[in-house]
Design a protein around this ligand. Structure first.
Ligand code: FES
Length: 109
């Protein structure tokens, strides 16, 4: 009976490689990745710099904050999320550029 209230861990796949078999559904994608010694790009960890942005390919996440003031409408429409503000709700697959930097470091379009 209790099992129906216990969230099961999920898997995290980055760039088509399953990298974490048991991701806690209570931690963000970034926190889980860093705990697994994955060199996930990040900086602020509070959803303000955009350094942890990645594209959600499949799965569901709960977003802890509104990313609309960091990510453009176009980026959000393309499935971009902030890993530091996204908690997995199912098995999650993301695309990530491991060499990306903070949005403020990038040239403006
Ligand atoms: S680490 Fe800065 S927005 Fe996620």
């Amino acid at each position: 009976m209790l099992s129906m209230f216990t969230a099961k861990p999920v898997t995290l796949t980055i760039n088509d490689q399953k990298v974490i078999e048991r991701v806690s559904v209570k931690q963000t994608i970034l926190t889980s990745a860093l705990a697994a010694n994955i060199r996930f790009p990040h900086h602020c960890q509070v959803g303000s710099c955009g350094a942890c942005r990645c594209q959600l390919v499949s799965g569901e996440v709960k977003q802890l904050t509104d990313s609309a003031y960091v990510l453009s409408a176009k980026a959000i429409a393309q499935g971009m999320i902030l890993a530091c503000q996204s908690v997995p709700r199912s098995n999650v697959s993301i695309k990530l550029n491991f060499r990306q930097r903070q949005l403020a470091d990038e040239p403006q379009e």
